[in-house]
Design a protein around this ligand. Structure first.
Ligand SMILES: C[S@@+](CC[C@H](N)C(=O)[O-])C[C@H]1O[C@@H](n2cnc3c(N)ncnc32)[C@H](O)[C@@H]1O
Length: 254
């Protein structure tokens, strides 16, 4: 797993400000409702700063979380009372090793796209299998590749503008170049913010692996998990020409 998968401190610091605004409307109710429906323990892999975790825990879900990035886990732990810290830890999904099994495992918001090689992807799916009870489900999302955007790329596109504290500006610029042969988006996120009367700017380069429909099917068929369905949105409608999301539902059948 390359270092570029680990979220740097400056990005983790502003994660909630940005993604509460740009992502909550899309996926929030879907994953929260899935968690509220199960009776047993739930694991969120790539739990991040707890965008789902905190609300699920407060609503009585027996939730646990792992994440590759110490920066993200630190922010999550700072939001939790000490007695709940044992619920979260730094771990790589590809080497998942927890001493319990779960009724549901979720990986919301592109976590799986951070896993670049097929070997690591299969390893991750099989680790999930080992941590599910029979009939337990694994649900994750990927974006449907936008071919036009992949061909054209993005150059310093301003996709977020807001305040991280009253009067303190924060902006995000995204750049992307796609490697079409290896199905990798090379992404650069630049954050620009006000601090102590100065404008600070920092960049982070990371890679996202993009997937096509039948690749996902073949990948899951090669793993120990069973594919239940791939939906095209968070209402679980069927995939169609306009779908922007792959919502992948798998299960441990035995
Ligand atoms: C876009 S964030 C999503 C965080 C959270 N699930 C949410 O919806 O806000 C992706 C997260 O996946 C984590 N991640 C990436 N690769 C991982 C891996 N191999 N194992 C565990 N976590 C990983 C990153 O550190 C990051 O916190």
């Amino acid at each position: 797993m390359s270092d570029s998968c680990e979220y740097p401190d400056f990005f983790a610091r502003f994660y909630d400000v940005i993604y509460d605004q740009v992502r909550n409307d899309a996926d929030h109710d879907y994953f929260l409702n899935k968690m509220l429906k199960v009776k047993g323990p739930v694991l969120e892999v790539g739990v991040g700063t707890g965008r789902f975790f905190i609300k699920a825990l407060n609503r009585g879900v027996d939730i646990f979380g792992i994440d590759l990035s110490p920066s993200m886990i630190k922010i999550l732990k700072d939001k939790l009372p000490q007695k709940e810290h044992q619920r979260v830890c730094v771990q790589d999904l590809c080497k998942l090793d927890l001493n319990r099994k779960f009724d549901l495992i979720i990986a919301p918001f592109r976590v799986f796209m951070h896993i670049i090689s097929v070997e690591d992807q299969l390893q991750a799916l099989n680790k999930v299998y080992e941590h599910l009870v029979p009939n337990g489900q694994f649900i994750f999302d990927l974006f449907v590749p936008n071919l036009k955007m992949l061909l054209e790329g993005l150059d310093n596109f301003n996709d977020f503008e807001g305040e991280y504290k009253p009067g303190k500006k924060l902006k995000r610029y995204s750049s992307m170049q796609a490697d079409l042969v290896n199905q990798i988006s090379h992404v650069t996120f630049k954050l620009v913010w006000d601090e102590d009367g100065k404008e600070i700017s920092k960049e982070w380069n990371t890679d996202l692996r993009f997937f096509f429909r039948y690749e996902i099917e073949h990948l899951i068929n090669q793993s120990k998990l069973e594919l239940v369905k791939i939906c095209g949105d968070f209402e679980e409608n069927e995939l169609n020409q306009n779908s922007k999301e792959f919502i992948v539902v798998c299960k441990r059948s035995s």
